[in-house]
Design a protein around this ligand. Structure first.
Ligand code: AMP
Ligand code: MG
Length: 500
């Protein structure tokens, strides 16, 4: 049984107790969008990861003495609700690998929206907190390995400057969960998000043919994520345009660091523009647009190079879901939707090229820049070069015999291009350092940290998290060369499993 702590029972001198400020704007949306359900208590909760800086941002910072730590384990396992919580599971649908299906939070429970000391609003959600009416045949639980993986990669994305949901805590449950590969230690992740509104949320309302719910969702999403568009003449069209722009920018950012989401189903696309749902994701090592890590993505639908096209396909599903509120006449609605979706490609290319220019140290624009970037990528592909390290070391790279002369020819062109802008070499180096990470979560490093963590030792994971928190610190990275080394086999055979 989950206990609700009363304010009077809480130690109000403890900042953790006193600083919960939960609101529940989502629960005021039409009832088909959510179901009240609480977490299911676990046997022996133990905090294995705690994000102190995020806790401080949320206004939840707390001391480290034993009693507070114990309280933290109770709250972030779901054993005890924080004051003001009104837990619920969200309903949504989605296209999974291209096929429509109804889903909903099968193992995630929203405690509420924390209002931070700065006045921002963040969903606080427990992932793996037990079954909900949407669990279908699932157990509502999550493994320690998968939750630590989400923690590490989402925090790495944040440090890379890419919009993402955050991870506040991982609490081991002391219980086992059963997956394909046998019994695994269970855990609950506390996910913090600008919101959990997905393309699939709109698809759910549309599938129920509930126009009032769609209108409410449009107004709510605009208010929460696009306040600058509130009051637009056509709110649904304004929202569609805003989402397209943010997704185009987000995917361009993924591409610029070699991130492969792995499961870009429409239920895993957040309208806030944050990266969400870290399942079989991973960072590409050797540059190859066909890179796929997910063991179940047999046809490479969600390969690195397909991500822009898939994002556009996903926003087309959003537009489709919103047709009835885009315009009363279907034909006009379709024309409006098509025009908006058609803009995705241009927007993506603009963001992508701007990002690539920064990586090359270019401050101004020349028409030939695209060809310069493409020539480098073509070389990387042919030479099986490491994506991250190549970008970081363009000045000093000394390729082996194969492809050496081609690279030198490219570098001469790049140097000539740098010479046609007024900025100094130091300015160029600074721009490049800020846009070419020295470290990314390399798959073999992540696996090593997860294996030792599952065996009960968090030391390796903690060191990895520390390195990933400063990806642009090239000086420090040089002293920690082992985190920059590609996997011995170039990571070619690396597979991630949805076994979550
Ligand atoms: P995902 O592939 O993580 O985006 O999840 C797809 C759907 O499966 C969502 O509705 C999840 O809530 C649900 N789901 C995933 N794992 C479980 C689980 N262990 N128990 C119940 N539902 C789950
Ligand atoms: Mg999902």
């Amino acid at each position: 049984m989950v206990r609700i702590a009363r304010m009077s029972e809480m130690d109000l001198s403890s900042p953790e107790a006193g600083c919960w400020r939960l609101e529940h704007s989502y629960s005021r949306l039409p009832g088909l969008l959510h179901v009240a359900v609480g977490p299911t208590a676990v046997r022996a909760p133990r905090v294995v990861a705690w994000n102190r800086s995020l806790a401080a941002e949320l206004g939840l910072e707390a001391g480290s003495d034993e009693s507070r730590r114990a309280k933290r384990a109770e709250i972030f396992s779901g054993n005890e609700l924080p004051p003001g919580a009104a837990p619920l599971a969200q309903a949504y649908a989605g296209h999974q690998y291209g096929h429509f299906t109804t889903l909903g939070d099968g193992r995630a429970i929203l405690l509420g929206e924390q209002i931070t000391p700065r006045g921002d609003r963040y969903d606080v959600q427990l992932k793996g907190a037990g079954p909900t009416p949407f669990s279908r045949r699932g157990d509502g639980r999550a493994t320690l390995g998968a939750m630590l993986r989400e923690y590490a990669i989402s925090e790495a994305m944040h440090a890379l400057g890419i919009p993402t949901t955050r991870s506040l805590a991982v609490v081991a449950t002391g219980e086992e969960v059963w997956r394909q590969d046998g019994a695994r230690p269970g855990a609950v992740l506390t996910r913090v998000a600008a919101s959990h509104i997905r393309v699939g949320t709109f698809e759910w309302a549309a599938a129920r043919r509930d126009e009032a719910a769609l209108r409410a969702l449009v107004a709510y999403t605009l208010q929460r994520h696009f306040p600058e568009l509130v009051g637009a003449e056509n709110p649904a069209l304004a929202l569609l345009g805003g989402v397209i722009e943010r997704q185009a920018r987000l995917i361009a950012q993924w591409m610029s660091v070699g991130f492969v989401h792995g499961v870009m189903n429409t239920d895993n696309m957040a309208l806030s523009g944050e990266t969400i749902d870290y399942g079989p994701c991973a960072f590409m090592e050797v540059y190859d647009p066909a890179t796929v890590f997910s063991s179940i993505d047999r046809h490479g639908r969600y390969a690195y190079g397909n991500q822009p096209e898939i994002a556009q396909w996903n926003v087309a599903r959003l537009a489709e879901a919103m047709l009835s509120v885009l315009h009363p006449q279907e034909e006009t609605a379709i024309a409006l939707a098509n025009e908006a979706i058609g803009g995705f490609g241009k927007s993506f290319e603009r963001h992508w090229l701007a990002g690539m220019r920064r990586k090359l140290g270019l401050f101004n624009e020349e028409p030939e820049d695209l060809a310069l970037v493409e020539a480098l990528l073509t070389w990387m592909h042919a030479a099986k070069a490491d994506f991250t390290n190549t970008w970081a070391e363009l000045e000093t790279l000394a390729p082996e015999a194969d492809g050496k002369s081609e690279f030198e020819a490219w570098r001469a062109q790049w140097r000539a291009r740098l010479g046609r802008q007024p900025q100094s070499a130091e300015e160029v180096a600074r721009l490049r350092r800020a846009n070419c990470p020295a470290v990314i979560p390399r798959n073999h490093r992540v696996e090593e940290a997860l294996a030792t963590a599952e065996a009960g030792d968090m030391g390796v994971m903690e060191q990895l998290l520390e390195v990933l928190a400063a990806p642009f610190d090239h000086t420090r990275a040089r002293a920690m060369a082992e985190f920059r080394l590609p996997a011995p086999d170039g990571g070619a055979g690396y597979r991630t499993f949805c076994g979550t």
